[in-house]
Design a protein around this ligand. Sequence first.
Ligand code: MN
Length: 581
Amino acid sequence: MATASAIKEIVKKEPGGLIARAYAFAEKAHKGQLRKSGEPYFVHPLAAAEILHTWHLDDATIAAGLLHDTVEDTGVPLETIKKEFGDEVAFLVDGVTKLGHIKYRGAENETTSKAENLRKMVLALSEDLRVVFIKLADRLHNMQTLGALPPAKQKRIALETDEIYASLAYRLGMHNLSGELQDLAFPYMFPQEYRWLLSISKEHYEQRLKYLEKIKPEVEALLTKHGIKPLDIEIRAKRYSSLYKKLLKRDMDMGRIFDLVAMRVIVDTLPECYAALGVIHEMWPPLPRRIKDYIAMPKPNAYRSLHTTVIGPGGKTIEIQIRTQAMHDENEYGVAAHWLYKQRQAGGAPKGGERISGQKLAAELKWVQQLKNWQEQFTGQTTDPEEFMRSMKIDFFQDRIFAVTPRGDVFDLPAGATPIDFAYHIHSEIGNSAIGARVNGVVVPLDHALKSGDVVTIVTQKGKKPSEDWLRFVKTTVAMDHIRLALRKKMGSPAWVAAKAPSRAELKITVVDRVGLIKDLSGVIAQARVAILSFHTESAKGGKLHLNRVEIQTGDRKKIEKIAARMKEVEGVREVSYKVV
Ligand code: MN
């Protein structure tokens, strides 16, 4: 960590200011408290405030960062914070306090606890992003000082950091933070792998660094000669955690890692990005298929840059990333940088006052809207944390791809998404009436996995209805929901189906298969006068037993229990369980 304290500087410069007052208040409140490391507790909120300062956040956020543990850990009433520092700071401190400390309830409840924390983060996120920034700064410092905790705790915190906080930072476009959190977590999660990685890669790293340092002046001279002024040329080593992930995909072959150390060229304007790329390609031939234009087609977390891998002097490959300063700031600080620019455009110094709500960001970050929708879905009904986690995993944690319509509209989808997912993202009617698809001009099956950059044409036929089969392969909740809705309509709404909000249940029936079994099972459901929404069969392990998953349209537990009991009597049925969705 930097030795110079930017916060102490501010305190000195503006002794009566918000930050100075928060500093004095928090230092006094935490007096006598010690961290696990034995240091005075105040070191921690101060470090969190320093981190928030490096993200260029406003004074209110930095003050709240200093105060973030006072209510929770020193018993200062929130009212006092409000009186001393005003509504805005109190709102932020309260938000962080409500997010709370992670409560571990043992391994059997880990999913629940993770999901619950995640849910809280999402709620905070949609109210004011700054609460989440403070939480992320808090977590970053806790990870930097994780060594002081007992090993069992270290591992759990590291896992959670990797799974929740790093993913969230990534989704917020805070690339650097996301990588840093992953790198801090990695040695605790995989100590052996980490040691192995250090031993096999150290030499490679050193060689690559030396090589790129030698090339750097050549690149600088080349660009200058062509009238492009590089503002900065950075040489950056790949993080260990991301190297490890890549090695897993490349058969652990270091020779197949091209971006172990990359060169980052910052230029002044967008046209200069492309000009620099052209000039570099003229000098050194690019490797085919390794030119990536994330400017024309940004990553879903808004990352923008040009990437290329060229064959440099001595036949060695060099990965070069080219971007403007603004793109660079956004890539590093993500939403935080974005917010700063907005503030600057509004003409004010970043003094705060404006809440960064999920609503506002929704236009730029579609997934924020998606989170908000989930939030709405989950408020007003008891949250099933596992269900929440599942839907988050489907749409949130997986890698994303971009697919394009022939007209050039870009859709952001999870990896593995199919033409049907794509169709439903264009419009529900296109999804419902889809009968075929072409990818880059070639006819593909409807369950084909799309890749980034695919141009997808959906063939539709008027009046067609979706097939139940689609539920087996679609990857997005959007598609699933629309298909279910259309299937329900297709079946017609029987008179006994209540018009109010539909609820569903999923039955899991383990059977020894025989002819006529499915007919008998659906007979039981029909007898109970409940509509079947979907029905699929998969062979369970061993092959003898089959698992049927049946979605039915009722949330009435008595009814479901009755159905389950009747099913158990059907010949061949071994086990029946159910879950209300
Ligand atoms: Mn804290």
